[in-house]
Design a protein around this ligand. Structure first.
Ligand code: ADP
Ligand code: MG
Length: 259
């Protein structure tokens, strides 16, 4: 029997309330290497809040976010801020819906890829540039654009560059918030193909948040459905989408079929 892949992330009873809004309520799940977990739910259901708690951006009120390190497990919200800020950038990447939130628009495309590599200890100019070129190729951006500013790229290219910047340091965990959300449908389809290929090739653990059931079906092995901050259904993607049990999931799935 094949040994089970290593657990990369475990979330235990995570909760975050804004004022009186329980954005995220006692959410628990775990994720193994090579696995893609989709989080679906309508706007306001708490998907981004959950993801931002996992990425170290919002401190939860309660609960644990346990992330695998080289030889032990780290509870990111039990660490002091300085250790968390040192640990997370090389371990977990957050890919934003709007590439402008995840890129440095004032430095070149190559610089955008090299910057996190340098933060992780890369020093040699030639090898940083070679790695940046490799990554541009992986995300279908022509190498001659390496010195261009991302400002002049199309939305689809900016998103591909953000993905290259996020993956180049080989994080073991990648957190994506509506990665295809702001793009035209034809550009979305190409980007989804690219993401699928990269996830397979790199064997990373991914949490992908989307309100788009089509995106979830294409990318995710497992799904969690959120409503008002709670996980109301979860399972293998095909199972959840082909035989939804909760009335809210049934509504989500059927509203897609009608379009
Ligand atoms: P989703 O990503 O599923 O659309 P969010 O996580 O953005 O959902 O939001 C969940 C709930 O938390 C919503 O009711 C939203 O208005 C509220 N919320 C999110 N962020 C904040 C914030 N910074 N301040 C106050 N309320 C917030
Ligand atoms: Mg959101």
């Amino acid at each position: 029997m094949k040994p089970r892949a290593r657990e990369i992330l475990r979330v235990e009873r995570l909760s975050k309330t804004f004022g009186r809004v329980p954005a995220c309520s006692t959410v628990s799940f775990s994720l193994r290497q090579g696995e893609v977990l989709g989080i679906v739910g309508e706007s306001g259901s708490g998907k981004s809040t959950l993801l931002r708690c996992l990425a170290g951006r919002i401190q939860p009120d309660e609960g644990k976010v346990l992330v695998a390190s080289d030889d032990h497990v780290v509870d990111i919200w039990a660490m002091d801020e300085a250790s968390r800020e040192q640990f997370l950038p090389t371990t977990a990447s957050l890919i934003h819906q709007n590439p402008r939130d995840g890129l440095r628009l004032d430095i070149s495309a190559g610089g955008n890829i090299a910057e996190p590599l340098m933060a992780a200890g890369g020093r040699h100019y030639g090898s940083l540039r070679a790695t940046a070129l490799e990554w541009l190729e992986k995300v279908d951006i022509e190498g001659w654009r390496i010195d261009d500013l991302p400002e002049i790229f199309s939305g689809g290219m900016q998103q591909r560059l953000q993905i290259a910047r996020g993956l180049a340091t080989h994080p073991r965990l990648v957190l994506m918030d509506e990665p295809t959300g702001g793009l035209d449908v034809s550009v979305q389809a190409k980007l989804l193909d690219l993401l699928r290929g990269l996830v397979r090739e790199l064997g990373i653990a991914v949490v992908v948040v989307t309100h788009d059931i089509g995106v979830a079906r294409l990318l995710a092995d497992r799904l969690m459905v959120m409503q008002r901050g709670r996980v109301i259904e979860e399972g293998l993607t095909d199972q959840v989408l082909d035989d939804p049990h909760h009335p809210y999931t049934q509504l989500l799935v059927s509203s897609v079929l009608q379009v």
